[in-house]
Design a protein around this ligand. Structure first.
Ligand SMILES: C[S@@+](CC[C@H](N)C(=O)[O-])C[C@H]1O[C@@H](n2cnc3c(N)ncnc32)[C@H](O)[C@@H]1O
Length: 311
């Protein structure tokens, strides 16, 4: 598989967020996510966090009935599982409805039309084929399902100013994604909105996030003050998408009858498919999953089902 060179297997991603200088971004993202999730009841809902990392945002969506965390990195998933186990130590029953799956976001081992809500934060910039990922989202999301997407915004205020004083060559107004270094793609908001509209999504809410992300400002006036202004900006000026990070809430239309929140699942068998033959004929046990149709075996280690393709 041809991946952008982001290697999360030999890197502890949680360290990135332990740095105090990231507190502002972490809190700004949670602020936005809370606004997107507010008012959606968790009962009977199947919630997917695709590219979940080490489960940083789990406590923001912990109330959904079934939670599926998917990531390509086994290392991140192991950390996510340990972290969530600690978090749920007083409600051990809840852990039984939280599942951990290693898989590629552009080839998901998930049945069509089974997700009520999908969240993806800080991931699309890593993908070699973002279009394929969006096709997968449409495939697994139910009609009227919700899609919460965060993407890095190339048309942010800092880039616009840098472009006008000629400190940046590539125009932030150009719709084409920009490559930053070796591993990151930044997107124009109109580029993402085109992708979504072409796939029958209606964007319900856009939030401009981390609007005051400047190291200098983090020192003075400091994170607390920045977060005060951030809250104000997110609430009243979010339609001006000038922040470095954008959160979108979209709803999927035109896929047939609405069945949000109707399906209860009894186990992973109800939602998984074989990534090789696409069939639902999977038999699960604690240490592996086998496809009855094509015979492929997928290992399960430390509670993580491994659906990464081997060829
Ligand atoms: C910057 S981290 C973000 C993690 C988490 N969403 C957060 O905001 O804390 C990007 C994550 O995307 C995962 N990732 C990158 N490419 C992926 C792919 N093709 N399929 C699934 N996950 C992928 C990485 O392993 C990593 O955990």
């Amino acid at each position: 598989m041809d991946f952008r060179k982001s290697d999360y297997e030999s890197y502890d991603y949680s360290k990135f967020w332990e740095d105090d200088r990231r507190l502002y971004e972490d809190k700004s993202e949670r602020m936005a996510l809370r606004r997107l999730i507010a008012g959606i009841g968790g009962e009977n809902k199947i919630f997917f966090d695709i590219g979940c990392g080490y489960g940083r945002l789990f406590n923001e969506y912990k109330d959904f009935e079934t939670i599926i965390l998917i990531d390509y990195s086994l290392n991140n998933l192991k950390n996510a599982r340990e972290r969530i186990e600690r978090f749920l130590k007083n409600t051990p029953g809840k852990l039984a409805s939280v599942y951990f799956i290693a898989a590629d976001a552009t080839s998901l081992p998930v049945k069509s039309d089974c997700a009520d809500i999908i969240l993806t934060v800080r991931v699309v910039h890593h993908l070699d084929n973002p279009e394929k990922y969006f096709d997968e989202i449409v495939r697994i999301l139910k009609n009227k399902g919700l899609f919460f997407l965060e993407f890095a915004n190339k048309r942010n205020l800092k880039n616009i100013l840098r472009f006008f004083v000629r400190k940046m060559d590539t125009s932030p107004f150009n719709l084409k994604p920009s490559q930053i270094g070796e591993t990151i793609l930044n997107f124009h908001p109109d580029y993402i909105s085109d992708i979504l509209k072409k796939r029958n999504f209606t964007i319900k809410k856009s939030i401009s996030v981390s609007n005051f992300r400047l190291n200098l400002l983090k020192k003075f006036p400091g994170t607390k003050t920045l977060l005060f202004f951030e809250k104000f900006y997110q609430k009243f000026f979010s339609f001006v998408l000038l922040g470095p990070s954008i959160f979108l809430k979209s709803v999927l239309d035109g896929k047939g009858p609405e069945d949000i929140g109707r399906n209860k699942i009894t186990g992973l068998e109800d939602i998984l498919i074989c990534i090789y033959c696409g069939k639902t004929s999977l038999i699960l046990n604690k240490s592996m999953i086998q496809c009855k149709n094509c015979g492929r075996i997928f290992a399960c280690e430390d509670g993580i089902y491994n659906f990464k393709k081997k060829d």
